[in-house]
Design a protein around this ligand. Structure first.
Ligand SMILES: [Zn+2]
Length: 199
């Protein structure tokens, strides 16, 4: 399932509204509020299913995976989700797309991740070949640790922006944000150097 450019903007707008409601839902103290979030929002789910690679389990290729590892923003079949649970939550945080409740940052992580994205990452680190010894423990490698740590940072940065406007917009903003941060830190560094040299 791919999203045509005609539908794209409307879907993104609806998904953005769902995310904003989810963000507020988590922050409004009320009697019926559920701290664990809400079922995966409909339009966000539509977008999630259209992300490249997400029609098949990332580990075994089974169709229509309905489980997720939030740590990587990937979709898994039920069998592989069991294996991911055995890794422990520090390595892979597993949730059901259809049965669990979801928080704002968890949904965002799924919309910013994707099976093809992680597959390409593993491919660059030569961890996609099933006959390689590394394949079965690829989620426990330093490379996987690097990937999930960066996912957390990326999702936190995207969450700082006003409203979610799609993966491409997030990436552009994240690059600008990192550049601004680097510029700011360089400026701070220059200030320190100037103060030090003036002393
Ligand atoms: Zn699988």
């Amino acid at each position: 399932m791919t999203i045509s450019s005609n539908q794209n903007q409307e879907l993104l707008r609806q998904a953005s509204t769902e995310l904003e409601m989810l963000r507020l839902h988590g922050s409004i103290p009320c009697k019926n509020s559920n701290k664990d979030g809400i079922p995966f929002p409909n339009t966000c789910l539509h977008i999630l299913r259209s992300i490249p690679g997400n029609s098949r389990c990332i580990d075994c290729g089974n169709c229509n995976p309905d489980w997720a590892s939030v740590s990587y923003g990937i979709l898994l079949c039920v069998r592989c989700s069991g294996r991911h649970r055995s890794y422990g939550v520090a390595t892979s945080r597993v949730r059901s797309i259809s049965m669990d409740n979801w928080s704002y940052s968890q949904v965002l992580s799924m919309l910013e991740g994707g099976n093809e994205q992680l597959h390409n990452f593993y491919s660059r680190h030569l961890m996609c070949d099933k006959i390689s010894r590394v394949f079965d423990r690829r989620y426990q490698t330093k490379a996987a640790h690097f990937y999930r740590t960066n996912m957390v940072v990326h999702v936190a940065n995207v969450g700082k922006f006003s409203q979610w406007k799609g993966r491409e917009a997030s990436r552009n903003k994240a690059v600008t944000y990192q550049c601004d941060k680097r510029k700011k830190s360089n400026n701070e560094h220059t200030k320190v150097v100037m103060i030090a040299s003036a002393a």
